[in-house]
Every structure is written in structure tokens, then in C-alpha cells.
Design a protein around this ligand. Sequence first.
Ligand code: SPV
Ligand code: MN
Length: 621
Amino acid sequence: MIERIKGKLGRENYRKLIAIENPKLHEFIYKYIELCNPDKVFVCTDSSEDIQYIRERAIETGEERKLAIPGHTVHFDGYYDQARDKEHTKILVPKGVNLGSNLNVMDRDEGLEEIHNILKNIMEGHELYVLFFCLGPINSEFSIPSVQLTDSSYVAHSENLLYRHGYEAFKKLGDCERFFRFVHSAGQLRDGISVNFDKRRIYIDTEENIVFSVNTQYGGNTIGLKKLAMRLAINLASKEGWLTEHMFIMGVHGPGNRVTYFTGAFPSLCGKTSTAMLKGETIIGDDIAYLKKIDGEIRAVNVERGIFGIIKGINSRDDPIIWEVLNNPGEIIFSNVLVDEEGRVYWTGKDGEIPTKGLNYSGEWTPGKRDAEGNEIPASHPNARFTFNMDLLSNLDPRIDDPRGVPVGGIIYGGRDSHTSVPVMESFNWEHGVITMGASLESETTAATLGKSGVRKFNPMSNLDFLSIPLGRYIQNHLDFGKGLRKVPKIFSVNYFLRDNDGNPLTDILAKRVWIKWMELRVHEDVKAVRTPVGLIPRYEDLKLLFRRVLNRDYPEELHTEIFTLRIPENLSKIERILETYRNRVPDTPEILIKTLEEQEKRLEEARKKYGYYIPPQKFS
Ligand code: SPV
Ligand code: MN
């Protein structure tokens, strides 16, 4: 067998591989070379020549095409392969293990058998790329070394932009078992696009820390180090006593040059990246964070080094920093946007006009084009994305690669909620925040996952899609995490999507710049807050000052009253839904969760008796 594998690798690649003295790593790589049977194998080290080779392969294979601006390329995923496929993403569970009904699971033996059958000879005629990365900063207690096998040059190229290179780190590490493993094949391709999407499978084996992904190209299903690694890391973190979260990390700049770090968990397409990118602040990460308790404080690192961001709605006014990057030379992969004959890209919400013809994820496109089901095809998919390394950003926080991470001052939970929560609120304490804000998070579904958009869904910590441990245990881990700290971070909720009775948005997109500054002041107790039955809200006078200072805008008291009115019926029905879920569908729910929600319910009932169903904030001051 080894001779056959050596033949596929060739001398140079074999040399690169054995320079890492790790038998477990070799065993894994050889096993899947043998099974997938690619024509040849390329081992990508951290060298610029190897990284350049992957870039070139992405063009040669047709998975990417060059665009007009130097460094820019475009990739198209298949028409039916435009988002995360939750239905076919499964955690493999050994017999006798029960992860509860909130997770999509499958018997491990059956899953492994099925996926190994699909993988057999799947790479015939393809080149396999072997890549090494480090999740989290290099040389850090947060680091998780990872190896990716993929026959997609687009996936390999994306990962080279999105993650810290880890070949040298693997070499230093030598013989070790604590590393993540990913096997991906795009399967059969036509014009550079996966054709067998009906056999798309993403299977997660936490026993051996391997994720398999086949017959798909969409990044959320294929970029092993992103959401696939996240499932492995949630399981590992639970065993080792830390947290893996669907969170951005940002530095918020307060008075006197103070920088306070926040993490924020939002479901996909709910303003997570745009918050992390707010003007005047600095970014550490926009999607995934590892959190550890170090010396009595919570510290966080960005697992990634690049952004796979949603492009819809990016314009020069609301997202000036990303806009600048996207319109200048630099290494960027656009996916599922519209491309015109001159190689310029367009997306929904971009400044200017969308042309009347071009190429998109459905092929040649003109307005009014319909798909096989009769649906009108937009110029650019709502989940179209850009991929770049964060070095292109002018607002990159200098501590991005700090091996000790940054101290967390505040944690934010946000969702897409048209009618219940106020725009910004602070919890009474850690437990109250974890339970009523994190564990009770609901959000309307978006185009980031396959299926209908706009449906209100329970999504605790915005992390439900990625859980690989029982939900009750996951929440208990959060409750425990706040114990034994010198300084406990404050927990906040935000809601950018509040609407009036006619369905009109109540807050402007720029108001989030004010909410974040208020939260920063609260972390340091620089302003007071108003106690309501559900949490602490801002005082009118503080927001008035901040609106003036941050946005140079007036902030009328009527607006404050409208957006901070406590909506009792909506809050009560939310608690009812959440309690129903935890009581009936989460067998290992911590008792304190039920108790805390019941107490909140009681406070709401009492307030209703005293002040009515809709209570303006002045009543609580
Ligand atoms: C998300 O959907 O939460 C993303 C993109 O950040 S994906 O990689 O698809 O998960
Ligand atoms: Mn995400």
C-alpha cells in the first residue's frame, strides 16, 4: 500500500509529509488516500510557492475564474448547493449515547459505512490537496492543529485565506493525537461544479475528531475548519472545560483610549459581521471564538484569520471598511454573485445599478429568469459571499494573534426579532444573561441555511446548528463558566430588527454604533441603567448624548419611548415557548433555567397588573 501511496505523492510531497513526525497523522492521511484514490496528491506547506500553487489550481480546474480587479476571483456553487445543508449534516453517535432531540444524529457505524462507501474512489481523476492549519493563534494554549484533505482547489484556496497556516506547527508538535481531521470531496464535477448534490453528506465523528463532507462545495458545508471544526471543538471544549462559540470578537473604543473587548453571538445573516466591523472600533474576528478562563478572567481568541462574509447589502455608506476592500486589488474570492462581461461583480444592495445580463449561480442570467420550480432567480444569491484574509482590513485589532487572547468585558446575544425584545438590554447578572438572553435566543430563519426564510426558530446562543453535545449540558457549561472569575463579563442582548405594528423597521442600521458604545460604558459602570422586569435598559439622557456624539444626530424622546417600551404579551409568549421547549424537549435542562424563566414571567405579570400591557420606559425610571 505504501508504495502505491508514494507513487501518488511523488518524492517531493512524500518528503514534505514525513518531515512531520506524527504516525497518527500519517495513518489518517494514507487511509483516505487509499480509499478516495485520487490520481495525485499535493502536500501544501506554509511556503508561498505551495500557496501559490493552490491559487493557480483553482483557476486551472475552473473552480474559480479571474475577475477584472487584480487578485479577485469568483466561484459558483451549484444551484441547489447555496447554503448549509442542515438535513444532511449529522453527528455520528455510538450505540448507547443519547444527544437529545435537538441535534441531527445518526448511528455511528451506519454513518461511517455509508460515508466510506461514498468516498470509495471518489477522487479518481482528481488531485487531492493536503493542508495543515492551526485553529486559534499559533503557539497558544488555544491552538488546535488541523489537517484538511480536499479535492477542491476552491476549498483549499479558501482555507489558505481563512486560517493560520500550520505545517510548521505540526512539525514542531511531532507525535500527538490532539488534532482535527477533515476529509472533503466535491465529487463529480461539471464545469467546475458538484453535480451529485442529492448525495450531499456531512458527517461528524467526534470519537475520532474527523468530519467527512461529500458532493458539495458551498463553504459552510465544505470548509472543514469553519463550521465542521466547530462541532468537533464544541465537544472537545465540553470535555476540557472551555467554550466554543458562534461569536465575533471586537475591540470597542471607550473614553480615554480604553479598549474593551466584546464577543457577540448572532445567528447567520443577523448583523454579526457588520457589528464586528463597526466604524471606529477594531475587529478580532467575525464568526467563531474559543473562550477560556485564564487567571480568573475570560479570554477569547479568533479561531480564524479571514472572513467568509455575506455580501448582500454591503454598500459604501453602511459598510465602508468592507466596501473599500471589495473594490480594491487584493486576494478575494467572491461566490455566487453576478459577474458581467468585463469581469465586474454585482450583488443585491451594492451601490449603483445591477446590469441586465451576466453570469451567476444559475448560468447566463437576465432579469426575470426562472428556475425549474418557477421561482424567479435573483441576480446574486442572498447567501452570496466574499472570502478574504483579515490583513486586508484597515480596522484589524493589533491583538488579533495574541496567543493569550483578549479579556472579555461583555458578551452580546442578538437575533432577528421583529416584535419582542428592545434594541439593547443588559442582564441582571451572568446566570440571568445566560438563561434569558443566550439560552432563550430566538431568531427568524435566513438564507444562510437551506429552507424557508422568516420562520421564528429557537436558536440558543446562536449555536444550535453546530452543537455536538446535549443542549442541557451545553447550557450547564455556560452557567459554570461564569463561576470563580475575578471579573464577570456583563451579558447583553441586542435586537436590530424591531418593527412597529405596520411592519416598519424602528431603528436605523447605524444605531448599533450607539448601542455598542452604551454597552462599553456599562461594562465600566460609567452610566447608570434602568431596571425593568426583563433586564437593564439605557436611560434616555445617556442615549441622547451618545447619538449626538457618535452619529451627530438628534434622538427624540418619542423614539426612545417607542423602541424601549416593554411589550408584555410578546415577552410572555416568548417565555411560554421557551419554557415549553426546555420542559418537554431538553431532558437535561438545568433546574435553574426553568426557575429563572418562571421568575421573569412573574415579574412581567406583576408589571402588567400595575402598568398595563405596553409599558413605556419612563414608568421604570
Ligand atoms: C454561517 O452561516 O453562520 C456562516 C457561514 O458563518 S457558514 O460557513 O455557512 O456557516
Ligand atoms: Mn457563522
